[in-house]
Structure formats: C-alpha cells, structure tokens
Design a protein around this ligand. Structure first.
Ligand code: SAM
Length: 211
C-alpha cells in the first residue's frame, strides 16, 4: 500500500508533468513495482527522482530517464527488442508490457542473475537474458525492431545499426564519460536518421565498441 502510493506519486509528479504522454508507457510504470528492483536497504528510496546504486558500481536509472527512453523507443505490441545493459531488470520489466519479446544483455554475471530473479517476482515471461558484451549485439536473434542501450556509449555502434530491422528504432546515450545526449537512430528504407534529445549521464558501456 505504502509503495503503491509512492508509485502513483512518481508517475504523476515525475513523469506526467515532464512530458511523458504515451498512455501505454504510463500504464506500464503503474504496474511495475520498482521497490523489487532496488537493493533491500534502499527500498524506501525506490521512487526517488534519481538513479540508485545496485552494486558493482552500476545503477538503476532515474524513473524519468527510463520513461523518456521508453517513450522515444515508440514500442509496439509485435516488437522484438534488444536491450543492452540489463542492470536491475527494471527497464526490461517496463518494456515487457509493451512489446512481444525482449533480449536483455548484461556483462556482469551477478547482475544478470539478480535481474532474472527480479523479473521472476513479476511473473514476466517475455524477457530473455544474455550474458555478454552487448556492444556487439546478439546476431543470433537479429533483426530487432527496437534496440535500447542503457549505458553511455562513445558512438553509435555500427554493428547495432546493422542488427536493426528496416523501420527500426534505436535509443542510445552517446557522448563522453561525463555527459551524453540521448540519440534516436531510425532506419527507414535503409537510410539512417539520427535525432538528438535530452542530456543525460549514464555509467559507461564497456566492451568492444564501448569505452
Ligand atoms: N537498464 C538498467 C535498469 O533498468 O536497471 C540500468 C542499466 S545500468 C545504468 C547500465 C548497465 O549496463 C550496467 O548493469 C552495466 O553492467 C551494463 N553494461 C555496461 N557495458 C555493457 C556491455 N558491453 N554489455 C552489456 N551490459 C553492459
């Protein structure tokens, strides 16, 4: 009950007032219990307007950032999605109600296992976990209708663009270690269109095509 109230307040005060208008995205935020994705000792901060540490120098992103990235991704019911950077599994849980299937990649084994447990608590069945370097994507499951990268990237990895289907959309924070901008990469009839959005600060993407 206590967390339900905090969740409603988060959706109203942090998302709706800042331009999150996609009703399906909002519904998904109303469903997912963020308190189940943060460490036990930080549960009372689960609905704070900030990222939180999840161990291994990694974070669960601020609710608004998860929301704006999800909205920019323009998820559709039949979409197959690649997420790079599973972290706590919260972003994957939000997407699980909006698309058909998600492949979520994480390089740190312990976080992948923890995220898998978190997702199980919600009885979500359409998120599949891959442990490995997401900067090279997951060619065994391509093409992806949507790709979401939730760690800071020095560039838009070409291999991820290659794994995007035609009419596909990728959202990725690109910049240096200290500051990035969310980029929307759209593939239309083989042509690539890139649009810049909000400034943000993510933990670094570490791997072959990352930092
Ligand atoms: N989406 C997550 C959530 O909802 O909790 C937050 C992601 S956290 C900001 C970034 C994650 O990306 C970290 O868990 C980190 O270990 C992971 N990461 C960094 N480089 C990676 C790579 N090359 N492949 C896969 N995961 C990576």
């Amino acid at each position: 009950m206590y967390y339900d109230k905090l969740r409603t307040e988060m959706v109203n005060d942090q998302l709706k007032t800042r331009g999150i208008t996609n009703e399906y995205v909002i519904e998904s935020f109303e469903k997912v219990k963020r308190e189940l994705f943060v460490p036990e000792n930080l549960k009372n901060m689960a609905y704070n307007d900030s990222p939180l540490p999840i161990g291994f120098k990694q974070t669960i992103s601020q609710p608004y950032i998860v929301a704006i990235m999800t909205q920019l991704l323009n998820p559709e019911k039949e979409n197959i999605v690649l997420e790079v950077g599973t972290g706590s599994g919260y972003q994957a849980a939000i997407l699980s109600y909006l698309v058909k299937r998600i492949y979520s990649m994480e390089r740190i084994r312990e976080l992948r296992i923890e995220a898998q447990n978190n997702i199980k608590k919600h009885n979500i069945k359409n998120v599949f976990f891959i442990q490995g370097d997401g900067t090279i994507g997951a060619s065994q499951y391509e093409p992806f209708d949507r790709i979401i990268v939730t760690a800071a990237s020095p560039k838009v990895p070409q291999i991820l663009v290659d794994q995007l289907s035609d009419n596909g959309i990728m959202i990725i924070p690109v910049g240096n270690i200290n500051l990035q901008f969310l980029k929307k990469v759209e593939k239309k009839d083989g042509e690539i269109i890139i649009t810049d959005y909000d400034a943000c600060r993510f933990v670094p993407l570490i791997g072959k095509n990352g930092f």
